[in-house]
Design a protein around this ligand. Sequence first.
Ligand SMILES: Nc1ncnc2c1ncn2[C@@H]1O[C@H](COP(=O)(O)OP(=O)(O)OP(=O)(O)O)[C@@H](O)[C@H]1O
Ligand SMILES: Nc1ccn([C@@H]2O[C@H](COP(=O)(O)O)[C@@H](O)[C@H]2O)c(=O)n1
Ligand SMILES: [Mg+2]
Length: 208
Amino acid sequence: MGTVIEAANKDTNGSVLNKNPTVVFVLGGPGSGKGTQCANVVEHFGFTHLSAGDLLRAEIKSGSENGTMIQNMIKEGKIVPSEVTIRLLQQAIKDNGNDKFLIDGFPRNEENRAAFERVTGIEPAFVLYFDCPEEEMERRLLSRNQGREDDNIETIRKRFKVFLDSSLPVINYYDAKGKVRKVDAARPVEEVFESVKAIFGPKNEKAD
Ligand SMILES: Nc1ncnc2c1ncn2[C@@H]1O[C@H](COP(=O)(O)OP(=O)(O)OP(=O)(O)O)[C@@H](O)[C@H]1O
Ligand SMILES: Nc1ccn([C@@H]2O[C@H](COP(=O)(O)O)[C@@H](O)[C@H]2O)c(=O)n1
Ligand SMILES: [Mg+2]
């Protein structure tokens, strides 16, 4: 398991994004703790956190022409077409002065993965994978209380199925390339973060 973050995207993305950011994809089932741990990484390691789900929810609120389509997809736990999500991610990267990003909840399927690579030329430095049993994720989602329309048992079950059918194959794809850093996420937040810190490495901690 590597502890050093490499800027793995070397060539083509500069022409599309005009910058050459370090990107870590943060994946894991619904409720595995991606957002919670990303907040800790931002604090400790100075990354910018981009959650694909948050960007899509903001797009609904903005009154965009895609809003109704996105809202319906999220209610059903389905994956929004890549062109929409990638446009939001690209814009967020462009608008931000930082050069290192945690991209949370993306790529969610093979279409997301291939399209992002094609459009941006960015290869992730690594993939942080939060591994958590469904029963624990279900417990967490049902008590999250953030008013999310997809945190109900019917949609949660659909999201679990989408994760198994479409997202795990993406994790397996990166695993075959030696890029997955797997963390046991079924532990208290602080313990999970100890494992996360070991992955990012002391060298990358922010100075106080
Ligand atoms: N290690 C943990 N132990 C117990 N509860 C946790 C842990 N990590 C996160 N939680 C809680 O579980 C809920 C889901 O966490 P979080 O929003 O970080 O998950 P997520 O992976 O981003 O989910 P989603 O994919 O639905 O966005 C939150 O209420 C959070 O406070
Ligand atoms: N790449 C993505 C990411 C998310 N979605 C949709 O948003 C929902 C919520 O995502 P969270 O990461 O916040 O849990 C998800 O269930 C999808 O409907 C998407 O389409 N594509
Ligand atoms: Mg989240």
